[in-house]
Write a protein that binds this ligand. Structure first.
Ligand code: FMN
Length: 184
């Protein structure tokens, strides 16, 4: 099983990246192959629909990983009450061809208070447009969940990440088995 893990936070000191890493650590413990994509490191052009941009290395990587993935973990910052523009730009290169019928779980890094839900709702809406099976469980992490070295240390958050990852793997296996049975 291959899980594509997308970090939608482009800042150098991104908390979203740390949230993404916590999911990757949970997957590694379970022996799952990770296909990592980071919008702050795998710099994409702005989507224009031109053929030339489809030939760039990062766009090819994005599309190849998404095609190979059996499921997705996607994390976004909440910026101005929505998902990040950088993540939306990445998703604009993709479509139902890569996402249709594949499970996904989502998480957000927010500024505290009641932030984060709007980013998750906007991401969920986009994933619906991509025909993704976005699972109901989701997570928001706030600045207080991190230590001074930017490590995600909040125990409740780490337990939730474990549980969400387990559920993603369970559902992904079920979807895979159904598809195998249907192909027979
Ligand atoms: C441009 C901008 C807009 C933001 N808007 C919100 C917001 O609407 N709601 C919120 O809870 N936090 C907001 N924040 C705080 C971020 O969600 C928070 O800093 C989070 O850590 C961002 O993820 P990142 O560290 O990966 O960039 C905003 C931060 C920036 C830079």
């Amino acid at each position: 099983m291959k899980i594509m893990v997308i970090n939608g936070g482009a800042r150098a000191m991104s908390r979203t990246r740390e949230l993404t890493k916590a999911f990757e650590q949970a997957l590694t413990k379970k022996g799952v192959e990770i296909l990592p994509f980071d919008v702050g490191k795998d710099m994409l052009p702005v989507y224009t629909g031109s053929e030339a941009e489809m030939e760039t290395a990062t766009v090819k990587k994005l599309i190849t990983f998404a095609e190979q993935a059996d499921a997705f973990i996607i994390c976004t910052p909440e910026y101005h009450g929505s998902m990040s523009g950088a993540l939306k730009n990445a998703l604009d290169f993709l479509g139902g061809k890569q996402f249709k019928g594949k499970p996904a779980i989502i998480g957000a890094a927010a500024g505290g208070g009641k932030g984060g839900i709007n980013a998750l709702n906007s991401l969920r809406q986009v994933l619906r447009g991509l025909y993704t099976l976005a699972l109901p469980d989701q997570i928001v992490v706030d600045p207080e969940h991190f230590d001074e070295n930017l490590r995600l240390v909040n125990q409740d958050a780490l337990e939730r990440i474990e549980a969400m990852t387990d559920e993603l793997l369970r559902i992904t296996r079920c979807v895979g088995r159904r598809e195998e049975a249907a192909a027979k």
